[in-house]
Design a protein around this ligand. Structure first.
Ligand code: KIV
Length: 262
């Protein structure tokens, strides 16, 4: 997958799959899968570092995780998230952060929101860096939303999101993440734009879908929002493997003679 394939997929009506990835070991696994693209999302602040929101992701964290993912997945198209307020500190500071992610191995950056940053986004695109947009429930604005809530439910909100989506396309975004919005709204945006939409909690009619790696694998069985499907029960699998190891250590069944040096 390269940047040109995104538009091509939309034209051909072929869906795009994206999963988050934050570390080298997972990237090595994902490198060998069919998944189209990897997102080093700022959700890593929560998933990898245990914070309660994505506002804790810093550019240093984002760059370090992007480097690790690139080392593990040399051939995948990698999108790196521009973290909280990075797009709000003026063009120079924002461009420094874009440079950090691109030098870390990203093929593109993702920026949440639209209002007040269209010029910056155009500038990044004109500088030769592909930009993915992100509308709907943009988690960096969780405090302004009063929590992780579905966005665009009222007519006014929906119209505003559609307008933002149009402006992001005009600014040169090559794709747009739509997070936690009603499926009719996501469908309408998808039909109106010529760039692909990638949904999470946005229904089945977007041009692609994205999920958080650990969430879809069921690492945390208690986290099961409506939009999430568990494709595995990794929590149970890992717990059982570790307990098996523990028992083997207790009984002396591990290591065996074959697993020991003469
Ligand atoms: O950071 C992230 O994981 C994301 C996805 C939810 C789209 O932005």
């Amino acid at each position: 997958m390269n940047i040109l394939d995104f538009a091509q997929r939309k034209r051909a009506q072929e869906k795009i799959s994206m999963v988050t990835c934050y570390d080298y070991s997972s990237a090595r696994v994902l490198e060998k899968t069919d998944v189209d693209t990897l997102l080093v999302g700022d959700s890593l602040a929560m998933v990898m570092h245990g914070y309660d929101s994505t506002v804790h992701a810093t550019i240093e964290m984002m760059a370090m995780h992007t480097q690790a993912v690139r080392r593990g997945a040399p051939s995948k198209f990698i999108v790196g998230d521009i973290p909280f307020l990075s797009a709000r500190r003026g063009t120079q500071a924002a461009m420094d952060d874009v440079a950090s992610l691109m030098r870390a191995g990203a093929n593109a950056v993702k920026i949440e929101g639209e209002a007040g940053q269209l010029d910056l986004m155009s500038h990044i695109v004109e500088s030769g860096v592909p930009v993915m947009g992100h509308l709907g429930l943009t988690p960096q604005s969780v405090e302004a939303f009063g929590g992780h809530k579905v966005q665009g439910k009222s007519e006014g909100q929906a119209a505003a999101i559609i307008e933002s989506a149009r402006r992001l396309e005009q600014a040169g975004c090559f794709a747009l993440v739509l997070e936690c919005i009603p499926q009719v709204l996501a469908t309408s945006i998808t039909e109106q734009l010529s760039i692909p939409t990638i949904g999470i909690g946005a229904g089945p009619h977007t041009d692609g879908q994205v999920l958080v790696f650990q969430d879809m694998l069921g690492m945390n069985p208690d986290f099961k929002p409506k939009f999430l499907r568990h494709y595995a029960n990794a929590n149970e699998m890992i717990t059982s493997a570790i307990n098996h190891f523990h028992d083997d250590v207790q009984t002396g069944a591990f290591p065996s003679r074959e697993e020991s040096y003469a």
